[in-house]
Design a protein around this ligand. Structure first.
Ligand code: G3P
Length: 218
């Protein structure tokens, strides 16, 4: 399973990249705003800064909601760097735009996926990735993991190339469950990624090893 980090924070991106396990980055307008990145040029510069840290797909989201606007914005975003993936919302105009980009060989990430039907449409349009929002479904008492499993079954039935990018991942168990289901990619915060490494028995065991080494080398 590929690991993407879901943030626009350059320090977090660097830290995850330095761990050697990072495959890509996802951003969205809220994450950009959270880092105080506003204004078209600053946003574009920020995407470039991310691309200069990570050698992997970087999702950059369009703001337009009409087909022509999405195509115009997406083409510009894609021209910035070879690793940019154009992130497009799951709306009817977005499906048209995904089909257009797919014909041009431009990679897309169809975002705001909350149902299997939406995932099926995005795959038929040729999306490179689809982003089902796991945590936000959990927030409304609906099992987000069930949706990932349902999409996995559908995509396998028809051998769709579209990759399932589990998004809105909130904690380490989400990551482990996504790996069990066979999600192609997960994107989550640095905290969830780092939490995978934690185990109290590892800490206790290491403490004991170091203490025993110190005793024997007095
Ligand atoms: O990748 C989608 C993600 O940014 C949404 O996460 O935690 O706001 O639901 P969250």
């Amino acid at each position: 399973m590929k690991f993407f980090i879901d943030t626009a924070n350059l320090n977090d991106i660097k830290e995850a990249n330095d761990m050697g396990i990072l495959d890509g980055v996802t951003t969205n307008p809220s994450l950009m705003a959270k880092e105080g990145i506003t204004g078209e040029q600053n946003i574009l510069d920020h995407y470039m800064a991310i691309c200069n840290i990570v050698d992997g797909p970087v999702s950059a989201e369009v703001i337009s909601t009409d087909y022509e606007g999405m195509v115009r914005e997406g083409e510009h975003l894609a021209s910035l760097h070879k690793n940019i993936v154009v992130k497009i919302p799951m709306i009817p105009e977005g499906i048209k735009a995904i089909k257009y980009f797919s014909g041009k060989g431009i990679k897309t990430n169809c975002t705001l996926i909350f149902s299997a039907g939406q995932a099926l449409l995005a795959a038929k349009a040729g999306a490179t990735y689809i982003s089902p929002f796991l945590g936000r479904l959990d927030d409304v008492s609906t099992n987000g993991l069930d949706l990932i499993a349902q999409i996995r079954l559908i995509y396998d039935n028809y051998m769709f190339d579209t990759q399932i990018l589990a998004a809105s991942v909130r904690h380490p168990m989400h990551i482990i469950n996504c790996a069990e289901i066979g999600s192609d990619v997960m994107t989550g915060p640095l905290s969830a990624i780092k939490a995978l490494a934690k185990h109290p028995l590892t800490d206790i065991g290491l403490q004991q090893f170091l203490a025993d080494h110190a005793k024997g080398n007095k």
